[in-house]
Design a binder for this molecule. Structure first.
Ligand code: NAD
Length: 499
């Protein structure tokens, strides 16, 4: 089917196939068991394509292809691999609008975000790792008069990757770019809620790589994800998803003693110290904008600033201002470039968020704005839309402790610095956090003392390829992005040679 940006105009267009197979060994391959599942767009709630429903047999076929491709790919020069990664980035940039519309239609997110952030970032991640791998060097050190130690970097071989549905293309690229740059062959399983946009991407870039270097097997967690993550033929598993699933991935990996990267859930605090309100100026404005980041990507962000901590002395004034700002968020057709907030990615996710809106009300939290389903007209009436919601309550409530993964922020107040830090760190999670203060010392100290892998100070939600990203506590193990990813996807060979 054909999907347009800015419906009713001649905006960017993407053509979806009515059926997507697996991508194995450079070809579209039907599932061994011949089964398919329906893929729905959250924008209207309609089925728009069917997708191969992978099983252990398809994973084995993909691993065969990856094992066949890995030795030659691993021996290509870094210059050659970097050249290919740069060509992939060129291809993505040349097809920016098409991929952005595909991502919006499949996931429900606003096309203005996919056009301006998700897809340009995806291209940049390929460029970053193309450059990073060229700068990597081995080392030589003298052990004693007769002996030297050489350190070489080698690809791991064949790696497994499993991703969620909230940023389908960007999450795939965060994993693919470093794995390919370091010479590994990959079997990747997309989320069953959002398989189509990744297949559009593969259709565009697949021919740039030798067959078998990238393999995509679609399907569900237990049917396709588990046979991949627990397979003896992978040398690493990289996973992004829920903390509960992450625990299972650790168990599977422990059987095979393979390295894991786990990027899991979050319940990120965003702290507003009283000095943000010292003047009605650009900083005061910026802090409010930082608060409303809870609605970015419909709140379906692992680092969603889902807990707002506001100093008591400014709380009423600040909350009035952010409620007014939240009520100006334009909800509508995600394909319309004026739309700021689109649809939740699936009906299950919609139901989960609505249940938490009920839980918050039952717990006695005050609804400052929102609090229910957003009813849109026409074709959008069947879509999965939620009002951006601000609760006011206390940090022991479930809406402060459990990941909702929707456009819902739970706000509370604090008295002083120590109080703020106690509340901020009173969570199972430790992925993202925000600190807002005009006082450099306060901001820096809080940034250091919050137990989270990424703390944004006086900004929120930037994800550059060269900034390490990952979680403390139950938010995960390992990091993504940054040069350190090269080590995550390589073995270090030490050769100790006597002459
Ligand atoms: P999920 O754990 O339900 O699913 C993620 C992936 O794992 C899917 O592809 C799914 O099919 C697969 N899967 C499910 N069960 C499996 C099993 N037993 N074995 C192997 N694979 C299995 O997560 P989700 O609902 O798709 O994603 C939302 C979660 O992802 C949130 O918790 C969010 O915070 C987290 N997330 C984290 C980051 C990060 O970088 N830390 C980024 C994005 C999303």
């Amino acid at each position: 089917m054909t999907v347009y940006a800015n419906p009713g105009t001649d905006g960017a267009v993407v053509e979806f196939k009515s059926r997507y197979e697996h991508y194995i060994g450079g070809e579209w391959v039907a599932p061994v068991k011949g089964q398919y599942f329906e893929n729905v767009t959250p924008i209207t709630g309609q089925v728009f394509c069917e997708v191969a429903r992978g099983t252990a047999e398809d994973i084995e076929a993909a691993l065969d292809a990856a094992w066949a491709a890995a030795p030659a790919w691993g021996k290509t020069s870094v210059a050659e691999r970097a050249g290919i990664l740069n060509k992939i980035a060129d291809r993505i940039e040349a097809n920016l609008e098409k991929i952005a519309v595909a991502e919006s239609w499949d996931n429900g997110k606003a096309v203005r975000e996919t056009l301006n952030a998700d897809i340009p970032l995806a291209a940049d991640h390929f460029r970053y790792f193309a450059s990073a791998i060229r700068a990597q060097e081995g080392s030589l050190s003298q052990i004693d008069e007769d002996t030297v130690a050489y350190h070489y970097h080698e690809p791991l071989g064949v790696v497994g990757q499993i991703i969620p549905w909230n940023f389908p293309i960007l999450m795939a690229v965060w994993k693919l770019a470093p794995a390919l740059a370091t010479g590994n062959a990959v079997v990747l399983k997309p989320a069953e809620q959002t398989p189509a946009s990744i297949m559009v991407l593969i259709d565009l870039i697949g021919d740039l790589l030798p067959p078998g270097v990238i393999n995509i097997v679609n399907g569900f967690g237990l049917e396709a994800g588990k046979p991949l993550a627990s397979n003896k033929r992978i040398r690493k598993i990289a996973f992004t998803g829920e903390t509960t699933t992450g625990r299972l991935i650790m168990q599977y990996a422990s059987e095979n003693i393979i390295p894991i990267t786990l990027e899991l859930g979050g319940k990120s605090p965003n702290i507003f110290f009283e000095d943000v309100a010292a003047q009605d100026d650009a900083f005061w404005d910026k802090a409010q904008e930082g608060f409303t980041m809870f609605a970015l990507n419909q709140g379906e962000v692992c680092t969603c600033p889902s807990r707002a901590l506001i100093q008591e002395s400014i709380a009423d004034r600040f909350l009035d201002a952010v409620v007014a700002r939240t009520q100006k968020i334009v909800q509508g057709n995600p394909l319309d470039t004026d739309t700021m907030m689109g649809a939740q990615a699936s009906n299950d996710q919609l139901e989960k968020i609505l249940s938490y809106l009920d839980i918050g009300k039952q717990e006695g939290a005050e609804v400052l704005t929102g609090g229910g389903r957003a009813e849109l007209d026409g074709d959008l009436a069947g879509g999965f839309y939620v009002q951006p919601t601000i609760f006011k309550g206390s940090n022991n409530m479930r809406i402060f402790q459990e990941e909702i993964f929707g456009p819902v922020v739970s706000a509370t107040t604090f008295n002083d610095y120590d109080d703020a830090l106690t509340i901020a760190n009173d969570t199972l999670y430790g992925l993202g956090a925000g600190v807002w203060s005009r006082n450099g010392n306060t901001a820096y100290r809080a940034g250091r003392e919050i137990q989270a892998g990424r703390v944004w100070v006086n900004n929120y939600h930037a994800y550059p390829a060269h900034a390490a990203f990952g979680g403390y506590k139950s938010s995960g193990i390992g990091r993504e992005n940054h040069l350190m990813m090269l080590d995550h996807y390589q073995q270090t060979k030490n050769l100790l040679v006597s002459y």
